[in-house]
Design a protein around this ligand. Structure first.
Ligand code: GLV
Ligand code: MN
Ligand code: MN
Length: 403
């Protein structure tokens, strides 16, 4: 008996650190376990499987001699205590579509890519595998460290990779038809419109920063309030300013998602706070402006509290438009599972954002229950995943590499 798609997603979700939801970070044992499961599914689809030196698992189906290659796929990693569909579903559904089309000849080669990292949770960078293939990987990020002091280079080497070979993964000189990513919507629009799938028009840009505020750690009982240089009080005002400025920005989103307080003791005035900042907008100029407004406000707040601040931009990603031809072809294919098509933009970013440096990109969103994502309760219904597989099959069967 063939396993349901939900059963496959549940098995893959077991490749996780213990705890609620899925926690699967790049270059870990859980990543290794997930790759083993994905390899087995790829082999069942008749794909030839290899692991590249950036940690992307590649399942290739050969095409006619000299034919171009269509790339598909998504990321294997999750946020901490995340859901089982974000990323992973975009790897599994194309594999299942290709399994169904195993005996049908296509006029192009296809590769399903299981990228190592899209969430950027472990290291202060992201889209490692897709950037390597797109030829836009910055080798300097190999020296970035995770919270345990392990560098990205060390993590990749322990995973059996040779990160110095990453420049060789650049595919800009090969014949690529494009990149198509299936992803959970991570929002409520498709559910509200009663649509199983939707076509993505563009992917939001993002800037990420690390911020370090240094005050003076001292005794909580002896230092008068007016003499303190409390880094956490300054940071708290900054968090409120981030929230206010994004709310006033008319469409921008800004989040402080991580906060480290040092020395983090009940009777010590906080001497240092390290935090992250993530800023999104659907146009680059507005995102730049919001970033400037927020960092200017932070510098002023730091000074008011007699604290020092260091703001470092760790990642930047421009808004990515999806290709008009792919949008039309995905819309045509989706008409076989729903009479109307719907187009929507993505507030999350994706491997497709990086792949756009290499080739045309298209994205298919699949309905998400109650708009919940980055959360253990994230859910996509079996029927919607099955419909998305049908859309992918139609898309693959209709795709003409010469047009
Ligand atoms: C990835 O999920 C992101 O948009 O942060
Ligand atoms: Mn994702
Ligand atoms: Mn995500």
């Amino acid at each position: 008996m063939t396993a349901s798609i939900s059963t496959i997603m549940a098995s893959l979700a077991k490749c996780s650190q213990p705890g609620s939801g899925v926690t699967r970070l790049p270059f870990t044992d859980q990543h290794r376990q997930a790759n083993a499961m994905i390899t087995a599914l790829m082999e069942k689809a008749g794909l030839h499987v290899s692991l590249d030196d950036a940690g992307t698992l590649v399942g290739r189906r050969q095409g006619p001699e000299g034919a171009p290659t269509l790339l598909m796929g998504s990321h294997q990693d999750s946020v901490r205590n995340g859901g089982r569909f974000d990323g992973a579903m975009g790897i599994i559904l194309p594999i299942l579509a290709l399994t169904d089309l195993k005996d049908i000849e296509l006029p192009f080669a296809v590769e399903v890519l299981a990228f190592p990292d899209e969430e950027g949770v472990r290291f202060p960078t992201t889209l490692i595998g897709s950037r390597a293939i797109a030829g836009s990987f910055d080798m300097d990020v190999l020296s970035y460290h995770d919270a345990d002091g392990i560098s990205l280079r060390q993590a990749m080497q322990s995973f059996g990779l040779k990160p110095d070979n990453i420049p060789q993964l650049d595919r800009r000189n090969s014949r690529i038809l494009g990149f198509v990513e299936v992803h959970i919507e991570q929002g409520p629009i498709l559910e509200d419109m009663n649509m199983p799938v939707g076509i993505v028009t563009s992917i939001a840009g993002v800037d990420r920063f690390t911020i370090s505020i240094t005050g003076v750690a001292n005794h909580a009982g002896t230092i008068p309030m007016e003499k303190r240089k409390d880094a956490l009080v300054a940071a708290s005002e900054m968090v409120l300013a981030v929230n206010r400025l994004a709310t006033e920005s008319n469409g921008g989103k800004a989040t402080v998602g991580q906060l480290g307080v040092f020395p983090n003791a009940v009777n010590v005035i906080p001497g240092q706070v390290d935090m992250t900042l993530d800023i999104r907008f659907d146009n680059d100029a507005s995102r730049d402006q919001l970033g400037e407004d927020i960092t200017t406000a932070m510098v002023a707040i730091a000074a008011e509290h007699g604290t020092e601040i260091v703001i470092t931009k760790t990642y930047s990603q421009a808004v990515t438009p999806c290709d008009a031809v792919f949008r039309e072809k995905l819309a045509e294919a989706s008409r076989q599972v729903q009479p109307e098509t719907i187009e929507l933009s993505s507030g999350a970013f994706h491997d497709a954002s990086a792949m756009a440096d290499l080739c045309s990109v298209g994205m298919l969103f699949v309905r998400c229950r109650e708009g919940i994502s980055h959360h253990p309760d994230e859910m996509v219904e079996e029927e919607d995943m099955a419909r998305a597989v049908e859309v992918l099959k139609r898309f693959l069967l209709d795709l003409d590499p010469d047009n």
